[in-house]
Design a protein around this ligand. Structure first.
Ligand code: SF4
Length: 239
């Protein structure tokens, strides 16, 4: 059994195409800009205890309409055994129905993927939330000790051809997006492989605490980040 916060049967913002999105309960870091703070605690009463079969039951009628499943959070890698069983069951359902179903993970990257070969053999790609390259800023932003596992995951996933996209939340004045893009581009170049980067505009909706009233980045700021990414030959999308 696993703790699931919510399921969106057909989402267009959780990876390529229409996707069945599962949001797990519980996170191991505390981002100041988290717009789903209710997913952080592992024990929230609104989370549902669900078996893999329960999720498959909800997925089954959606199969003809989705390209696959995305598991997000919270942090879904905290319930990794269940996640592996789920992906195994989704791949079996794909075989049974004749519909191709991809299995994607949306992760904060604080747990090393290299430790889970069985999961990674089933997983078609990871959307990795890099947050900030600078360690001091990362610590301040997330409460985590450091971001070295995130950086190792970035390299490992690229080498393993399992990186679907890099995500960066654009929070002007707090996160140096230019520096983050530059280092991501250097990592792409060092490995000789690139994936798209999604720049997510910080939105205060749902955010609690010091950033609850922080302004959103302007269109001009987002365009400047996109320009910089283009100069670094990174393919970006903005949301
Ligand atoms: S990793 Fe995601 S769910 Fe966890 S605190 Fe940060 S924004 Fe919230």
């Amino acid at each position: 059994m696993a703790k699931v916060r919510k399921i969106i049967p057909q989402s267009t913002v959780d990876g390529p195409g229409n996707r069945f999105a599962v949001f797990m309960q519980g996170c191991n870091i505390r981002c100041t800009y988290c717009h789903n703070p209710e997913t952080q605690s592992p024990d929230d009463p609104e989370a549902r205890e669900m078996s893999v079969e329960d999720v498959l039951h909800e997925l089954h009628p959606c199969v003809p309409f989705v390209r696959g499943i995305t598991v997000s959070g919270g942090e879904c890698m905290l319930q990794v055994e269940w996640l592996t069983e789920l992906f195994l069951a989704v791949k079996a359902l794909a075989d049974e129905t004749g519909h191709s179903l991809t299995c994607l993970i949306d992760s904060n990257g604080t747990i090393p993927f290299v430790r889970y070969p069985e999961l990674m053999a089933l997983c078609d790609g990871v959307m990795l939330d890099v947050k900030s390259w600078d360690e001091t800023v990362y610590r301040r932003l997330t409460g985590a000790t450091d971001n070295h596992v995130v950086k190792e995951n970035l390299q490992w996933l690229l080498r393993a051809h399992k990186l679907e996209e890099v995500r960066i939340v654009c929070l002007p004045e707090r996160v140096d997006i230019g520096n983050c893009l530059k280092h991501v581009a250097e990592t792409f170049d060092s490995i000789g492989r690139k994936v798209p980067v999604r720049l997510l505009r910080f939105r205060p909706h749902g955010v609690v605490g010091e950033l609850a009233h922080h302004p959103m980045p302007t269109d001009e700021q987002m365009a400047r980040y996109a320009d910089l990414a283009a100069r670094l030959t990174i393919e970006v999308t903005i949301r």
